[in-house]
Design a protein around this ligand. Structure first.
Ligand code: HEM
Length: 403
């Protein structure tokens, strides 16, 4: 049981239930009096910068801030095993360059028919039901099935992926044992596939990595397994969370839902706004050299909660940041990060989200929250909706605005 937070400015705790329930109101309130919240609950002390500019400057400053921390926790756990996200310069550049080609826009565009096929088959499975969990039965399945597809592994392994992602992410904050066990299982799993694809290469991401070279040398087994683990983790819960929030917004804002149903060409712009307003990812950094950002000191050894979601709600950067404006014109949001670690999967995430919302609204233009089922949100560093029970009309007429 965590002691309750008495003062969010000097004792913040992103693992407190109040955090995920009141995130945006909490930041808005904190911004009135402070630019960086701090906490001694975490080894070395923790910082939570709230201004876009400070978050930007930290993300770009790899001299003072290292990516070897992914999670802010009581006891620091530096990791280096998931290149490129856990790599600092100079290792970061080649590790990132290596996996750029399969995520390039033209490669991702080729996946559109397959994504649509997955989305439509998930919607077919919901047809005829009055009440469904739009998050776990729909939003969660799309990215995990796409990941098993891109790796060319058994789609039923999606179940294993979900278990490992939970253990390596959310569960690892309170207890390290499940993460260690999951890490061993993942290593064994991808190790097996790696050996198989070396012998029988195909046209998938595992085969791509086993054939790739860094400085004329094949990648080490650890590098391949680490990057595969990253793709599994980075590609799934993130998109699930973002899509869950988008569906929650549409379930609770009928005007926006009706407008997007009538004007589907607005969906990509609306997706950018959902990503801005409900950015799912908060990363961590470790202060490796004492410094000052935005006039505030950061001590060596401190942990930084780098909240791209907080950056996106800064009124100095966005007009009416707490308002969701689905046709917002200028939207340079930070949901996919800033600086050298900026998301490599953004094209894929955007495509999955766009197709999911397009097809959902074609099939179910009217849906709303089930009154007696609470919306369950993610905790800690991920912001999203894990359970979203909605009512579906038994007869869903196709809207004339949609194909
Ligand atoms: C809505 C969905 C997504 C969001 C919001 C998101 C967000 C982010 C953020 C904020 C970072 C920066 C991390 C940092 O600064 O430390 C990042 C990095 C990364 N993301 Fe995503 N991501 C999403 C989906 C994906 C997908 C679908 C993939 C691929 C399958 C992916 C792969 C990566 C990789 C490989 C990196 C590391 C890049 C580097 O370190 O150079 N992401 N993502």
């Amino acid at each position: 049981m965590r002691p309750p937070v008495t003062d969010w400015e000097i004792d913040f705790d992103h693992l407190d239930p109040h955090w995920s329930e009141n995130l945006y109101a909490l930041w808005s309130q904190l911004r009135q009096t402070c630019t960086v919240a701090t906490s001694q609950r975490f080894e070395g002390g923790a910082y939570l910068p709230l201004r876009y500019q400070d978050i930007h400057d930290i993300a770009y400053d790899t001299e003072h801030f290292s990516s070897r921390l992914m999670v802010v926790r009581g006891q620091k756990l530096p990791v280096s095993g998931m290149p490129p996200v856990t790599s600092d310069p100079p290792e970061h550049t080649p590790a990132r360059r290596l996996i750029l080609p399969p995520f390039a826009p033209k490669e991702i565009a080729k996946l559109e028919p397959r994504i649509r096929e997955i989305v439509v088959s998930l919607l077919d499975a919901l047809e005829g039901r009055d009440v469904v969990d739009a998050s776990s039965e729909f939003a969660r399945e799309i990215p995990v099935l796409m990941t098993t597809d891109m790796l060319d592994v058994d789609p039923s392994d999606a179940l294993l992926f979900r278990h490992w992602i939970q253990a390596l992410g959310t569960d690892s904050v309170s207890s390290i044992e499940p993460a260690m066990k999951a890490g061993e299982e993942v290593e064994e799993y991808f190790g097996r596939y790696m050996r198989d694809r070396r012998a029988n290469p195909g046209n998938d991401l595992i085969s791509y990595l086993v054939q790739a070279e860094l400085d004329g040398q094949p990648l080490t087994d650890l590098h391949i397994i680490g990057t595969l683990t990253l793709i599994m983790v980075a590609g799934t819960e993130t998109t699930w969370s973002a899509l869950g929030s988008a569906l929650w917004h549409l379930a609770t804002h009928p005007d926006d839902r009706r407008r997007l149903t009538a004007e589907p060409e607005l969906i990509p712009t609306a997706i950018e706004e959902f990503l801005r307003a409900y950015a799912p990812v908060t990363m961590a950094r470790e202060v490796v050299k004492e410094t000052t950002v935005g006039g505030c000191p950061y001590s060596r050894g401190g942990q930084v909660l780098l909240s791209f979601a907080a950056a996106n709600r800064d009124p100095a950067r966005f007009e009416n940041p707490d308002q969701v404006i689905i046709d917002r014109k200028l939207n340079p949001h930070a949901a996919f990060g800033l600086g050298r670690h900026r998301c490599l999967g953004s094209n894929l995430a955007r495509l999955e989200m766009t197709i999911a919302i397009e097809e959902w609204l074609k099939r179910f233009p009217d849906f709303e929250l089930v009154a007696d089922k609470p919306v369950v949100r993610s905790e800690g560093q991920l912001h999203g909706v894990k359970e979203l029970w909605v009512t579906l009309p038994t007869f869903a007429p196709r809207h004339p605005g949609l194909r």
